[in-house]
Write a protein that binds this ligand. Structure first.
Ligand SMILES: Cc1ncc(COP(=O)(O)O)c(C=O)c1O
Length: 406
């Protein structure tokens, strides 16, 4: 058999998906699995936009322009304006999800072997994109004790070496749900300017802020036109993950024209997805208030249930739809697999994302897990009933030392 590449052999697996075979086996055996492991919301995609795509008369499903369908790019500034962001169609390049945009931006802005600086825990796929682009991630570690607030600018400054080409934030944050205040973004922008490096910000959860810290877009940082690159997506905004439509937004057109070279190589983003995305711009603002209210209730439910479990450390996140919590367990991977393989309560179990996969620093996150509150309140309650019992059983079965217990 021919060999596969060492690049492929060494590629990391997604912590979010790698337990899927165990979940599949549990489902095959007839067990109900509550999926709190992945950011796939159960919220309905706005039906009017779906209907518009259904009734669009398509004779030939063509490639679109590589930078995105012109009418969609021209309409997008309407959406940004409603969110207090002033951009032109020329500042936007449509990609196949934010995922592709992030990968292309790394290729366009960093040379092989250069480094991005990112707070951890971080969205695990950044590690995969960095591997694909052959660049490094240097993490600046956030702690659960501070609700995963950004470390100080001095911490970032200390980690800055000449090979660092970008600071990369996710705001609101996946996996922690932290929302970063304007003052911190301004301070990091100053640092980026001083060192003439990029400030990449993944804003795919822009709409989902529930706390006192208002969302502040990096696109509104003054004097950062050449340094800020924002990644965006319709996946979470409209619960349209399968459309595969995102964007890179930057006033640095040299970055966009470089990304366009990669975009031309992959030809075009999905045409149906873009038709949907264009129709979604007309979504009533009431949709967002309803969806936000729903997520906020789910967050409160999850936070309250977790806080009531002995030995669990968690905080109330301000944004996105995740809670990153510390559990009274020895090893998150073992626990998450055990939940799927060995645990059942009323023929149900829970799937969680092991926390260690969201860190690049070895050894961190071993007792942590990420919960995505993407299920309705009844299912979330059932999942929490399972978890409460599972923690007790797991501790007893694994003879977890009492130091983990409270
Ligand atoms: C922070 C973050 N960025 C990017 C993505 C991927 O977005 P897309 O579906 O647009 O590729 C996700 C998906 O979960 C995410 O959580």
């Amino acid at each position: 058999m021919p060999t596969i590449s060492s690049r492929g052999a060494n590629a990391h697996t997604s912590p979010i998906r790698k337990l899927s075979p165990y979940a599949d086996a549990a489902k095959k055996a007839g067990r109900k699995v509550y999926h709190l492991n992945i950011g796939q919301p159960d919220i309905q995609t706005p039906p009017a936009a779906l209907q518009k795509v259904r009734t669009t008369d398509v004779k030939v499903l063509e490639y679109s322009p590589s930078a995105g369908i012109a009418s969609y790019r021209e309409k997008l500034p309407e959406y940004y304006r409603r969110n207090g962001i002033d951009v032109t169609p020329g500042d936007i390049l449509v990609t196949s999800g934010a995922s592709e945009g992030i990968y292309f931006a790394l290729l366009a802005c960093l040379d092989r072997g250069e480094t991005i600086l990112s707070p951890e825990p971080l969205y695990a796929n950044y590690v995969g994109f960095a591997e694909m682009a052959d660049v490094h991630i240097r993490a600046v570690t956030c702690t659960i004790e501070t609700g995963f607030a950004l470390p100080s600018v001095a911490d970032f400054a200390r980690a800055l070496t000449p090979d660092v080409k970008a600071i990369f934030l996710c705001n609101p944050n996946n996996p922690t749900g932290a929302v970063y205040p304007e003052i911190m973004l301004r301070a990091l922008a100053e640092l980026a300017l001083e060192h003439d490096i990029y400030l990449f910000v993944d804003e795919v959860y822009r709409e989902f802020c529930y706390g006192e810290t208002p969302f502040f877009s990096a696109l509104n940082l003054p004097g950062m036109e050449n340094h800020v690159v924002v990644f965006d997506s319709i996946s979470k905004r409209y619960s349209a993950c399968g459309a595969r439509v995102g964007a890179v937004v930057s006033r640095n057109h040299r970055v966009l024209t470089t990304i366009l070279k990669y975009a031309e190589t992959r030809l075009s983003p999905p045409s149906f997805g873009q038709m949907l995305a264009e129709a979604l711009i007309d979504t009533d603002e009431a949709y967002f208030s309803t969806v936000k209210k729903e997520y906020k209730q789910r967050r409160d439910l999850l936070y309250n249930r977790l806080s009531a479990m002995p030995g669990v450390t968690c905080y109330r996140p301000d944004g996105a739809f995740y809670v990153f919590a510390k559990l009274p367990i020895d090893d998150c991977e073992r626990f998450c697999q055990w939940l799927l393989e060995d645990f059942t309560y009323n023929n149900q179990t829970v799937m969680l994302a092991p926390g260690n996969g969201f860190y690049t620093t070895p050894g961190l996150g071993k007792q942590e897990v990420r919960f995505a509150y993407v299920l309705n309140e009844r299912d979330l309650n059932n999942a929490m009933d399972c978890l409460a019992l599972a923690l007790e059983r797991y501790q007893a079965e694994m003879k977890i030392e009492t130091s983990f217990r409270v």
